[in-house]
Structure formats: structure tokens, C-alpha cells
Design a protein around this ligand. Structure first.
Ligand SMILES: *Cc1c(COP(=O)(O)O)cnc(C)c1O
Length: 390
């Protein structure tokens, strides 16, 4: 059990409002805030280079912390400034040519779909969508029918931005690997609320963000590239950190995942991100998963009882993302109404997950993403605020 009083004491913002947007940008706990602000102060005192040197051991230890969190080796971890940066660095390194295929799921995120489609158009590759099954998750049997030697990459979203779905990662990875394809897992909406381990899930690459369920600072991201996949990738976006200028005409790339990093970074934010991962590991990922799941179910139960409200989450296993529509009110209007009641929710639109939303004929959804620091009576207040509309 997570000590609700203790985690709420670490999260002052959670007392003042019903905060239900950990899928957007969560509230960092006090140790994260202290780390970031403390380091910025230190930089102002002695300069950024010396301040970074003082924390060199802690920065290095961060690779081990994320290796533990994500079931990888420290050499397989890289830090970036967003999940998209992580994802793009890895995707750019996947060799793709004419006639090659990339498979995506119906819940593919716009930030991934756009670079995939753009690059496919440039090189003459094909992009195919794996259908979903009757419950709404990626259909593994349909995937097997699509897999052959032309498929170089399966882009898999673990938990989409627009609903409670959790995709069956291990089954997808195992089928993809049998056909020789790489699996790139977008764990943006799972890291920090669900177990995400490269070793258990057997994926080749993981990209994830700091600011969502992990409760890290904005402008942070992480990337895992497993050694077993490294020699099939061709990193291109390299600098003087990821490679060395060893002769006038010669460069040598790093052999670990840091080949995907750039030299310049916000050290304060990196330290905050590491603190956020430690905080989650100290609470226990399984405990977090159980608490978030209970919060989300509490909300869904309350919302389902309201006339005119339809909970839209699909899938066999559900995450902490709760989505719904309210008859006669568009999603933005509901979000704004909730804000007036000190309930922080958000809305998710067709443009973010076009394939899924088009298929389900939904323009916009209200999204509530309760973390473990939200109290059950706050969830009831959120449901009451929705009820005031109906
Ligand atoms: C938020 C999100 C991203 C992008 O993360 P950034 O850190 O903003 O780059 C990618 N995929 C999914 C599913 C997301 O929800």
C-alpha cells in the first residue's frame, strides 16, 4: 500500500485541486522539485560546468536507475529532452529503403505517425496498420498475417494517449522477432504507471517521457536501445558527445546507447528526472500500478452511472487513462467546465490518434488520468463536477 498522506504531503499542488492530468504533465513530487531548483541555484553560484562536475557521479548513476526501472543494462540507456526526441533518434537509425514496410497500430500517436509517413514517402517504403481485435487491442493474429521479410519495424504504442487501452507487447514482440522485424515501443503513457521492462517485454527499443506518469520535469525523455538490436541500427544524428573526431577525416561512434544523446542538456532537469525514477522505484511499480488502476476504476464506475456520459475506454486490460464523452457538450467545453470546479482534466482529439478516432467516429474525448496521489474523495468530487453538466 502506498501511504496516501505521505505522497500527498510531497505533492502540495494535489491539495488545492483535483489533479487528473498525469497523462499530460503530472505534478512532480518535492524531491524532484528540490533537485531541479537546487541545481539551478548551484549553476548560478559556480557556473554550469563546475556544477555538473560536482554531480558527475549522480548523473552517471542515473543510467543504472533507469536500467533498473526499464529492465535494461546501463549501457542500453540514453537520456534526451523528450520522448519524441528519443523516438526520432531511434527511428532515424532504422535502415529503411524502397519496398520496406513499417507496421503501426490503430492507436499510433501523431508524433510517431507523421515522421513514419514522411520518411516512408521519401524512401519509397510502405506503412501498414495492424487491425485491432474485438476488444480493441492490437490483433496479434492479424499482425502475423502481415509479417514477412519486408517488415523492418513494428511501431507499437504500449498505452495510447486517448484511452485506457494496454496493448499486449510481449505477444507482438515475439511475432515480430520471428519475422526479423525490430520493435520500437512507445512507453510514454506506461512508464511510471505500469511495469515497462525491456527484458520482460522483449522489445528492442523503448522511448518514454519524464513529465507524465513518472512525475519528472518537462523537457526530459529516455531511450532504451538493447545491445541485441544495436548492430542493426545506423545512428546518424551524432555530435561530439555521441562520436569522437579521431583523425582529420575520421569519426568513431560510441558503441553504447549514448550514441543517441547530444552533448548539451539541462543538467538540472536530468537530475530531476533521475530523482523521479528513484521516487517511483521506492514506492514500487507494482504498488503504483495497483493504486492507479483502483483510482481509474473508481472514476469509471462513477462516470458510468451518469446519464448522457459514455466511458470510451477499450481493451482487455485497462490503464489509468479514463476517457469519456458527455452528450451535448464537446470535450473542450467539459474540460473548461471542470477547470471552473478546480478539477484538472484535459481533452484528446482526432488529430493525436487519427486512425483510432476515425474508426470509432470520435472527434474529441475528455481525459482524466488520476495518479496514486489523488484521494478517493477527490475522485468523487470530479464525478460530481461532471454530473453538474448532465
Ligand atoms: C505524450 C506522448 C508522446 C510524446 O511525448 P513527448 O515527451 O511530448 O515527446 C508520445 N507518445 C504518446 C503515446 C504520448 O502520449
Amino acid at each position: 500500500m502506498i501511504d496516501l498522506t505521505a505522497v500527498r504531503a510531497d505533492t502540495p499542488g494535489a491539495a488545492e485541486r483535483v489533479f487528473l492530468d498525469s497523462a499530460g504533465s503530472s505534478l512532480p513530487p518535492r524531491p524532484v522539485l528540490d533537485e531541479v531548483i537546487g541545481h539551478l541555484r548551484r549553476e548560478a553560484e559556480i557556473g554550469g560546468y563546475v556544477a555538473a562536475r560536482e554531480r558527475a557521479d549522480d548523473l552517471e548513476a542515473g543510467y543504472g536507475v533507469f536500467a533498473e526501472l526499464l529492465g535494461a543494462h546501463p549501457d542500453e540507456v540514453a537520456f534526451t529532452d523528450s520522448a519524441t526526441r528519443s523516438w526520432l533518434a531511434a527511428f532515424d537509425a532504422v535502415p529503411l529503403g524502397k519496398g520496406d514496410r513499417v507496421l503501426v497500430t490503430e492507436v499510433e500517436y501523431a508524433g510517431n505517425a507523421i515522421p513514419i509517413l514522411h520518411r516512408a514517402q521519401e524512401v519509397g517504403a510502405e506503412v501498414l496498420t495492424i487491425p485491432s481485435d474485438a476488444v480493441g487491442q492490437v490483433d496479434v493474429e492479424a499482425l502475423k498475417d502481415l509479417l514477412d521479410e519486408r517488415v523492418k519495424l513494428v511501431s507499437l504504442v504500449h498505452a495510447p494517449t486517448n484511452g485506457g487501452l494496454v496493448n499486449p507487447v510481449r505477444e507482438v514482440a515475439s511475432a515480430a522477432h520471428e519475422a526479423g522485424a525490430l520493435v520500437l515501443l512507445d512507453a510514454c503513457q506506461s512508464m511510471g504507471q505500469l511495469p515497462v521492462r525491456a527484458d520482460d517485454l522483449d522489445v528492442d527499443i523503448i522511448s518514454a517521457t519524464g513529465r507524465k506518469w513518472l512525475r519528472g520535469p518537462r523537457g526530459t525523455g529516455v531511450l532504451v536501445v538493447r545491445r541485441t538490436a544495436a548492430d542493426r541500427l545506423r545512428p546518424r544524428l551524432v555530435d561530439l558527445h555521441s562520436a569522437e573526431w579521431v583523425g582529420p577525416d575520421e569519426v568513431e561512434l560510441r558503441s553504447d546507447a549514448r550514441v543517441y544523446e547530444l552533448w548539451e542538456t539541462s543538467v538540472a532537469d536530468r537530475l530531476g528526472l533521475i530523482a523521479a525514477a528513484r521516487y517511483a522505484l521506492d514506492l514500487g511499480i507494482d504498488q503504483i500500478t495497483a493504486e492507479v488502476r483502483a483510482r481509474a476504476e473508481h472514476l469509471r464506475t462513477g462516470l458510468r452511472a451518469l446519464p448522457g456520459v459514455e466511458v470510451r475506454d477499450i481493451g482487455a486490460e485497462l490503464s489509468g487513462i479514463v476517457t469519456f464523452t458527455v452528450e451535448g457538450h464537446d470535450a473542450v467545453a467539459v474540460r473548461d467546465h471542470l477547470a471552473r470546479h478546480d478539477v484538472v482534466a484535459t481533452s484528446s482529439h482526432l488529430s493525436s490518434t487519427r486512425i483510432d478516432m476515425t474508426r470509432r467516429r470520435i472527434e474529441g474525448l475528455v481525459r482524466m488520468s488520476p495518479h496514486y496521489f489523488v484521494s478517493p474523495d477527490q475522485l468523487d468530487r470530479a464525478v460530481e463536477a461532471v454530473a453538474a453538466l448532465t
